[in-house]
Design a protein around this ligand. Structure first.
Ligand SMILES: [Mg+2]
Length: 175
């Protein structure tokens, strides 16, 4: 079975705009390089429990993942960067409430997802191009998740169950 890794922020839960709001509320810019370190520090202590909630589910992601599980086409794992141990605990608790038997891999921020697992021939669905670029360089298959279907040069989906239209029962890519 083909291995499928699913990112969390900006794919399962729509955390990114909410984090941007939190940055702004705390007087931090969302994109300038000068605030980069301050944003990192902020995220180290930010309570992700405030935003990792069912009401912020992104494009029906939980139901889509259940559909992917039922298809039995992929060996699924969750693969998420974390800024703090507390963020990790919040994410694991949330995912375990919905999925009992799917592996969860937490990646320390500042470290490539490709350092945690063997990316070769595995699929990564992620909203961040930097992660996708590294994934391809390590021999993996990259699919970008974007609410607006902004591909940035990658194959792109805006709902997780669209992966079922891209790979057949043997995990081969449908052209
Ligand atoms: Mg993400």
């Amino acid at each position: 079975m083909k291995r499928l890794y699913i990112d969390f922020d900006g794919v399962i839960i729509d955390t990114i705009p909410l984090l941007y709001e939190a940055f702004e509320k705390n007087g931090l810019s969302t994109d300038s390089d000068e605030d980069k370190e301050k944003r990192s520090k902020f995220l180290e202590t930010y309570d992700f429990g405030e935003i990792i909630k069912d009401k912020n589910i992104l494009n029906d992601s939980i139901n889509c993942i259940n559909k992917i599980i039922e298809s039995k086409r992929f060996e699924i794992s969750f693969l998420s960067h974390i800024n703090s141990l507390n963020e990790g605990r919040v994410k694991v608790r949330y995912l375990r409430r919905h999925f009992k038997n799917i592996t969860i891999i937490l990646v320390p921020i500042g470290m490539s997802k490709t350092k945690m697992i063997n990316s070769k021939d595995a699929i990564l669905i992620d909203d961040y191009s930097g992660n996708l670029r590294e994934w391809i360089e390590a021999g993996g298959i990259a699919i970008r998740f974007s609410k607006t279907l902004d591909s940035k040069g990658y194959k792109v989906i805006d709902r997780l169950d669209k992966i079922l239209d891209m790979f057949d029962k043997n995990g081969e890519e449908i052209c």
